[in-house]
Design a protein around this ligand. Structure first.
Ligand code: BEZ
Length: 253
């Protein structure tokens, strides 16, 4: 079952996702007149930041609700529904940018093939997403509690792809992209809404996993995950998610 998105909640309770992406724009360094594709643009806030540089940008996302919000918020920008594994812009672009999307797609080869085809020769791919060990404590507690309730095959419900630098760089190089910058780093991220922070996070980002079990079991799992993680991820009334990001820049040779 795939994750379901609530664009309004995503924007108000989880705005850190795109706020953190703002610093990735420094790696992109968009220039006026460039053509840039924002892959997995969500509600469009970073697409708008790229446009503010004077670049011609268009955003694509697989989720209609996110895209409708993006188009409503930024009616002057161009957005389209597309699957990251099967997209093709009408003309090659100078750069493909992607923030907090690629960890949802466990078929990196298909995505990278599209990125390669979308880029002009010399064009750049600038991306950030969850890297190896991302949400390690949260995922471990979540799957342990699901198993505890008897769902022994729940690992197969895991939708997330968190590669190491070398795994991802190898995929890029195998498809003709030269990696010029790569880093894996911890980004502990304080969640909104105090005590409810972890529960909100699970409802937003793990609802595709939780949908495999009954509503009653979902409540049980969330409660037990909170109990288990309280000593490590909760302090002074706030939850902190144990994010780890992989940032990468690669160039089409
Ligand atoms: C992340 O942004 O790292 C993330 C988002 C949803 C699920 C897991 C990780």
């Amino acid at each position: 079952m795939s994750n379901q998105w609530n664009a309004a909640l995503y924007d108000c309770q989880h705005a850190f996702v795109w706020h953190y992406g703002e610093s990735l724009l420094e790696w992109l360094a968009p220039q006026a007149g460039e053509h840039i594709l924002d892959l997995g643009c969500g509600t469009g806030h970073l697409t708008a930041r790229i446009a503010a540089s004077g670049a011609q940008v268009f955003g694509i996302d697989a989720n209609p609700a996110m895209l409708a919000t993006a188009q409503q918020t930024y009616p002057h920008l161009t957005f389209a529904i597309a699957d990251a594994r099967h997209f093709q812009p009408s003309n090659p672009v100078d750069a493909v940018f992607s923030n907090a999307t690629l960890h949802w797609i466990p078929e990196p080869d298909a995505v990278i093939r599209c990125v390669y085809q979308a880029l002009k020769p010399g064009g750049r791919f600038v991306a950030e997403f969850g890297g190896k060990g991302n949400i390690g404590a949260i995922a471990t507690a979540l799957f342990a509690e699901l198993k505890h309730l008897g769902h022994l095959n729940c690992d197969t419900w895991n939708p997330w792809y968190f590669p190491t630098v070398s795994e991802y760089a190898t995929q890029l190089e195998q498809q003709g992209l030269e990696v010029t910058r790569a880093v894996l780093f911890d980004r502990p991220t304080q969640l909104e809404d105090g005590d409810a922070g972890l529960r909100n996070w699970l409802r937003m980002f793990a609802n595709g996993i939780l949908a495999h079990v009954s509503a009653e079991e979902q409540m049980q799992v969330m409660q037990r995950v909170e109990e288990c993680l309280k000593p490590v991820l909760y302090q002074a009334g706030n939850w902190t998610a144990d994010y780890r990001r992989l940032r990468i820049v690669a160039r089409k040779i």
